[in-house]
Ligand binder design. Structure first.
Ligand code: FAD
Ligand code: SIN
Length: 535
């Protein structure tokens, strides 16, 4: 493809939604760092929240979102997303997503924090169906080129213009594209475009236990921060209450819909109260309380009783109901020796979603001209201090669409990119110590889990900040001397993201939503977003 008009980094729900809209009027290049379906989108289980039932209202969906969000949501964003949800679902049906039920009477499931049945789904593997439909539609479009195995390293800004292209004042506030490593050749290429959209997903792999895929390393957030964008609310890392506890399979999610359809959380046998439910001691909504509440309750019981896990039990329901509602989970568990129609499932909380990210407005615009951010890498104001279940895919569709329309509407403001400097690898050599990357990666994820997890303290956060500083110095030195590899790029971004998480957590002197600090257990009504500004 000749130079694209718009460059999109990420081929998940957010990136491909934007690509399909833009491609009607311009040439789009989509980069993905692994396979096209390797992001979180393909792993989504429960579904997509939208007001489609007669008894439900936009106002109820808005209220549920804001209750879960602990009062930090931006109401304007919540209204925008909720009101565009039915339209987003209609577009997905148009490209062939086979939701359960029929158009006009889609089957709606229920999840924690929702006051109504509101979740459209494709069995218990919604994300897979959505991702495949988006890829098929993008492949069929002549204006979209998709390049898997391209790892974006850093954004290209005014700073990277050739000396020849520099005329007059250069304020370094404009993005022109990205440098990306071709995994298949080991070469770094410069991709330039009139506008660039970051759709790189979350940063779950900052933590030892996460439901997110391996590539969730916060690349877009780190790149935007390095380029000069503000980043907000990074302390709000969501922990999903029910990840399978299994010594081999460490990140298999058991969808919230299992609780939505009547599953109970119980203490395992062999401890006081073993075999009984415990959520009623924590919240009147019991198993259907928002995620932060349920995850903290499980964490509390695990620590109080010295457990490895708690039980999620839906075996009291009709086995046929369980098998037809959760066919993929049923089969996967059966393969691991657990028959969920007859016995409980051992579960633990695990990192699941990054609520914070690159600060954007209602059109997905960041602080840098020419740069947009959409989906999990962004912070739009939708989730506040805690995301409501199944609002994330929805945000990807609504903001992917909004960013694309904004670019098209303001097309005349987007100049053609100037000549840009190619990537300089003349001063680096191949690494002779790959072990440094593995060691630092493991160390980071372990202390983030232990010190910056579900329950935090000032001392733990201070320890994490100290460790991050040491590792960052080591990795920056390594980065300066050796040729970049995908692992090195990811580790550098993980460390940058971890630093932003810890900085934000230390700045919040209260507990709210997903951020619980034992040294500041109260919520301060006046506290607002944590917005970090790069120097
Ligand atoms: P992703 O789908 O994660 O895609 C990121 C893309 O960016 C990928 O193509 C990746 O290759 C690319 N990328 C990243 N870094 C680079 C780089 N450096 N260079 C080039 N490309 C890069 N949400 C819901 O609403 N409902 C659910 O039921 C639900 N279930 C979930 C279940 C699981 C197990 C998980 C992990 C999440 C779930 N979520 C759910 C959350 C939701 O899936 C994600 O928030 C959403 O899919 C994010 O989409 P995205 O397009 O922003 O990013
Ligand atoms: C789930 O299916 O429990 C995940 C839903 C979500 O993350 O929104």
């Amino acid at each position: 493809m000749s130079q694209p008009d718009v460059l999109i980094i990420g081929s998940g729900a957010a990136g491909l939604t934007a690509a399909l809209v833009l491609a009607e009027r311009c040439k789009v290049l989509v980069l993905a760092k692994g396979a096209l379906d390797a992001g979180s989108t393909a792993w989504a289980q429960g579904g997509i929240a939208a007001v489609l039932d007669k008894g439900d209202t936009f106002e109820d969906h808005i209220r549920d979102t804001m209750i879960a969000g602990g009062g930090l949501n931006r109401r304007e964003t919540v209204e925008f997303v909720v009101e565009h949800a039915p339209e987003a679902i209609r577009r997905l049906i148009e490209i062939g997503v086979p939701f359960n039920g029929e158009e006009g009477a889609l089957h709606l499931t229920r999840e924690g924090g929702h006051s109504h049945r509101r979740i459209v789904h494709v069995d218990d593997a919604t994300g897979w169906a959505v991702q495949q439909a988006l890829i098929s539609a993008a492949r069929a479009h002549p204006n979209i080129t998709m390049r898997p195995e391209m790892v974006a390293v850093d954004l290209v800004t005014d700073r990277h213009m050739t000396d020849h292209a520099r005329t007059g004042e250069c304020n370094e506030r404009r993005v022109w594209g990205v440098y990306a490593l071709d995994n298949t050749t080991g070469k770094v290429e410069c991709f330039a475009a009139r506008a660039t959209i970051l759709a790189t997903g979350g940063a779950g792999r900052t933590y030892l236990f996460s439901t997110a895929p391996r590539g969730a390393t916060g690349d877009g957030i780190a790149m935007a921060w390095r380029a000069g964008c503000r980043v907000s609310n990074m302390e709000f890392m969501q922990f999903h209450p029910t990840c399978l506890y299994n010594l081999e399979v460490k990140n298999f999610l058991i969808t919230e819909a299992v609780r939505g359809e009547g599953g109970h959380l119980k203490l395992p046998p062999g401890v006081p109260g073993g075999g009984t439910r415990f959520m009623q001691q924590f919240d009147p909504r019991e198993e259907l309380a928002p995620r932060d509440v349920v995850a903290r309750a499980i964490d509390h019981e695990i620590k109080r009783l010295g457990l490895d896990y708690v039980h999620l039990d839906i075996s009291h329901k009709d086995p046929e109901f369980v098998r037809t509602h959760f066919p993929n989970i049923y089969e996967r568990l059966l393969g691991l020796g657990i028959d969920m129609t007859k016995e409980p499932i051992p579960v633990v909380p695990a990192q699941h979603y990054t609520c914070g990210g690159v600060l954007i407005d209602l059109a997905g615009r960041t602080d840098m001209a020419g740069l947009y951010a959409v989906g999990e890498c962004s912070e739009s104001g939708l989730h506040g201090a805690n995301r409501l279940a199944s609002n994330s895919l929805l945000e990807c569709f609504v903001f992917g669409d909004a960013a694309a329309h904004d670019i098209l509407a303001r097309w005349d403001e987007f100049a053609a990119p100037p000549p840009l400097r190619p990537w300089d690898s003349s001063r680096v050599t191949d690494s002779d110590e790959e072990v440094v990357i593995k060691q630092n990666w493991t160390e980071l994820r372990r202390f983030m889990w232990n010190y910056v997890g579900i329950v935090r303290t000032n001392k733990r956060l201070e320890r994490a900040a100290h460790r991050i500083k040491l590792l960052k110095n080591e990795v920056n030195e390594y980065y300066g001397h050796f040729r970049v590899t995908a692992d090195l790029i990811e580790l550098r971004n993980l460390l940058q993201t971890a630093e932003l998480i810890v900085k934000s957590a230390r700045a919040r002197r209260e507990s709210r939503g997903l951020h619980f600090n034992q040294d500041y257990p109260r919520t301060h009504p006046a506290a607002r977003d944590t917005i970090l500004v790069p120097h």
